[in-house]
Design a binder for this molecule. Structure first.
Ligand SMILES: Cc1ncc(COP(=O)(O)O)c(C=O)c1O
Length: 395
């Protein structure tokens, strides 16, 4: 990889991965790894899923990409399936290529319709690699500081007199973009009462609510979408990653009212890879496979057991501060203590990799992260946990 620009901020291990099957990856020396990251949280059905492969082969034999003026049934079929799972009824969709594009598109349409200068989001949320949602400048965004909310003593409802809520410049806010739980890979889950309160503040101003489901969508949290753990229905839902199971497709679904408002306003957006037949066919197939294999329920059930196992590990080992997450979006946070904590975790991460387990790792947050495919088995989880415990005990 001498000729590939290094810019992600991640070290590249000296291993060539040549193939994948289900939750396993294989290197060029015959090594086998169980993947608890699903790539970059994308391969929800596992690597090289036979039905997805078959769909891709079949579709490229027909057509991959078309101009703006022409119809293709696969695109309309995918849109109907997405509107069904988002419960956006008679809404409309657009298909793009990446999560960043989908979020930025959603942000553009929310701004277009609101006419107000600010959008609200939660501090710490990742929204996009570029554009207004990548930059999140104070001229365009109000980022709500919810650092005190996780330990706040309010039980069912936020206190409307809470200084953090009173500080929100509601009359300048045209909408809210909510990432329900991934929080830049830190697996921090915003409290339900906070989301309810922010939603009602934004709705009172006739603002739009957009769910950023790039990471939390398509079964990751044990429901189709992360917003379904909260008590609201968004106007716009952006999804990516798992909807393509590794194939670059993303989608933005919106209510009929939002779509009508945009079309009436003369809104224009055109990019080459928009509503591509190939991506749409894959997205529709991913939804079908998830339904027929019952993977939403599975994600919730297996995730619950996995989380209990992480909690037990945290109970047994004083090095671990907390196990947390929802569905198959889970994390272990380690106690910081000494200066070398990040190095110890880096060594642990490396040892797991050398033992054949790929897990996520956030050095700044002392965190190991587990976002496996929704087909991960109990035996694969136990194999990784046994190895992790051994590594912690012998470090
Ligand atoms: C919550 C969230 N939104 C948006 C994105 C951007 O998606 P992509 O990397 O596909 O552009 C990511 C990427 O990790 C993400 O986690």
């Amino acid at each position: 990889m001498k000729h590939i620009l290094k810019c992600t901020g991640y070290d590249i291990y000296d291993t060539y991965i040549v193939s994948g099957q289900g939750c396993c990856l294989y290197d060029d020396r015959g090594g086998r790894y169980t993947d608890f990251e699903a790539g970059v949280w994308c391969t929800a059905l596992g690597h090289s899923h036979p039905q997805i492969n078959e769909t891709i082969v079949e579709q490229i034999g027909k057509i991959m990409h078309l101009g703006y003026r022409y119809k293709n049934a696969a695109v309309e079929e995918a849109a109907l399936k997405i509107l069904d799972i988002t419960t956006l009824g008679e809404g409309k969709c657009i298909f793009l290529c990446s999560g960043s594009e989908a979020v930025e598109f959603g942000v553009q349409i929310a701004r277009r319709l609101s006419g107000k200068p600010l959008l609200l989001s939660l501090q710490g949320s990742f929204l996009s690699s570029y554009g207004s949602s990548g930059k999140r400048s104070p001229e365009e965004w109000y980022l709500f500081d919810w650092s005190g909310c996780e330990t706040c003593t309010c039980a069912e409802q936020c206190d409307p007199a809470c200084p953090s809520l009173l500080a929100v410049p509601v009359d300048r806010i045209g909408g809210m973009v909510l990432e329900p739980g991934n929080t830049s890979g830190l697996v921090r889950l915003p409290p339900k009462r906070l989301i309810k309160m922010l939603e009602s503040m934004v709705r009172k101003q006739k603002g739009l609510i957009m769910a950023n489901e790039i990471t939390t969508g398509i079964g990751r949290t044990g429901k189709w979408f992360g917003f379904q753990h909260y008590d609201y229905q968004p106007d716009i839902v952006a999804m990516g990653k798992s909807i393509g199971n590794g194939c670059p497709v993303s989608a933005v679904a919106m209510t009929g009212e939002v779509a009508g408002g945009l079309e009436d306003s003369g809104f224009r957006y055109a990019q080459s890879h928009q509503n591509d037949a190939l991506g749409c066919t894959v997205a529709a197939k991913v939804i079908d496979v998830i339904k027929t294999e019952g993977l939403i329920e599975r994600s919730g059930e297996v995730g619950e057991i996995f989380k209990n196992q992480l909690e037990q590990l945290a109970y047994r080992l004083p090095q671990i501060k907390q196990a947390r997450g929802r569905g198959l979006m889970l994390a272990l946070e380690f106690n910081a203590g000494e200066d070398g904590t990040a190095n110890r975790l880096a060594a642990m991460h490396r040892k797991l990799f050398e033992s054949g387990f790929l897990v996520g790792f956030s050095p700044a947050a002392n965190l190991l992260r587990f976002y496996p495919a929704l087909i991960i088995t109990q035996a694969e989880i136990e194999g990784m946990l046994n190895r992790l415990e051994h590594i912690i005990l012998t470090e």
